[in-house]
Design a protein. Structure first.
Ligand code: KG4
Ligand code: ZN
Length: 344
């Protein structure tokens, strides 16, 4: 089975080809225009998706050395994400599938992130249950996963996502968008104990997160400092802020392991690219004898390889989407039995 994956839920226009479960090409065109605005502008994103989608798909096919007629299915993100951005990918996929007389499947973007773990490590998909921390710019969720399509929510952010905490924090610090990599770079050689930022929800019952108080604490901290002090100590402030976000993520993840007794832990989404988080995860998993998985760096942030792989699994299981499938900007893994899908 040769599947074309398409991803256009936010500010990356991406296409990839997976043949018999193996990644053959992976093209990501990141829309740099948003850097100018310090965040993603939805209207700008959808217009650029329209410009990029044809060349990006053509490049994915060319670098996989696959002709369009060889495709056996198309997988496309249909939510969650920006409405105007999702529409571009979904309509393109529907049109192409219709023209080629092949099936297409709508894939949940967050399920795609989870599947990024299996791109280079298919053996990890062995059917046993695991905990998955999904940390992106729009979501911070802890799931118990029994198998493809079987997700139970353990906890979620009650306000901002972890990636959003990085993006908003970076903006307050005068750093570029996206904020996660900008803070990570600024924090290099900084003293993470320099400012004692709060760790919201740490030690509380359940597995929920909260990040908006942390961002507010940074705001008031910066208000009390002179611009010279901020400039001189930027790396220390960035390191302290980064540590606070990572501490919160680790605390809730550890709690999820305690509550469920599961020993397999998966992490995915853009924030999983963070080196401090990866280091802390490695140390913890080593000391607790947990099986830990996070994707290679290039598959943490948005890409279509993860969509193609998740879509391949659904198509192989006989799942199909009908042309009635609509975008679902607020889609949750919990409503996987979603509209517009049928099983052969
Ligand atoms: O998964 P993703 O590419 O897009 C969404 O689905 O949202 O995640 C993007 C988020 C942004 O908030 C970005 O700041 C964050 O991931 N991010 C990072 C790093 N790289 C990307 N956060 C912390 N450290 C990083 N190295
Ligand atoms: Zn994403």
């Amino acid at each position: 089975m040769i599947v074309l994956g398409i991803e256009s839920s936010c500010d990356d226009t991406a296409a990839a080809v997976v043949a018999e479960g193996v990644l053959r090409s992976n093209i990501v065109a990141t829309q740099l225009d948003h850097v100018l605005y310090g965040g993603v502008v939805p209207e700008v994103a959808s217009r650029i998706h329209e410009q990029y989608i044809v060349p990006v798909v053509a490049q994915a096919l060319a670098s996989a050395a696959i002709t369009i007629r060889e495709l056996s299915g198309i997988a496309v993100t249909y939510g969650p994400g920006l409405a105007g951005a999702l529409v571009v990918g979904l309509n393109f996929a529907k049109g192409l599938a219709q023209a080629l007389h092949i099936p297409f499947i709508g894939v949940d973007h967050m399920e795609g992130h989870l599947w990024a773990n299996f791109l280079k490590n298919p053996a990890a998909n062995d059917g046993s249950p695991f905990i998955c921390l999904l940390v992106s710019g729009g979501h911070t969720h802890l799931w118990r996963v029994e198998g493809v399509g079987q997700y139970t929510l353990l906890g979620r952010s009650l306000d901002d996502a972890a990636g959003e905490a990085f993006d908003k924090g970076a903006r307050l610090l005068g750093l570029a968008y996206p904020g996660g990599p900008a803070i990570e770079t600024a924090a290099r050689e900084g003293n993470p104990q320099y400012v004692d930022f709060p760790r919201p929800m740490r030690g509380t019952e359940g597995c929920d997160f909260s990040f908006s108080g942390l961002k507010t604490a940074l705001y008031y901290y910066l208000k009390r400092q002179s611009s010279t002090d901020i400039g001189n100590n930027l790396r220390h402030i960035a390191a302290s802020y980064q540590l606070a976000v990572v501490d919160c993520l680790m605390d809730r993840l550890q709690r999820a392991v305690q509550l469920t007794g599961l020993s397999r832990v998966f992490v995915a989404g853009g924030v999983a690219a963070n080196a401090l988080l990866r280091h802390r995860l490695d140390r913890w998993a080593g000391s607790q004898k947990l099986t830990l998985s996070y994707p290679p760096l290039e598959f943490c942030t948005d890409n279509a390889a993860m969509i193609a792989l998740a879509g391949s699994a659904h198509l192989a299981a006989g799942d199909r989407s009908s042309l009635d499938l609509e975008i679902s900007p607020n889609l949750s893994l919990a409503d996987r039995a979603s509209r517009g899908h049928v099983r052969d």
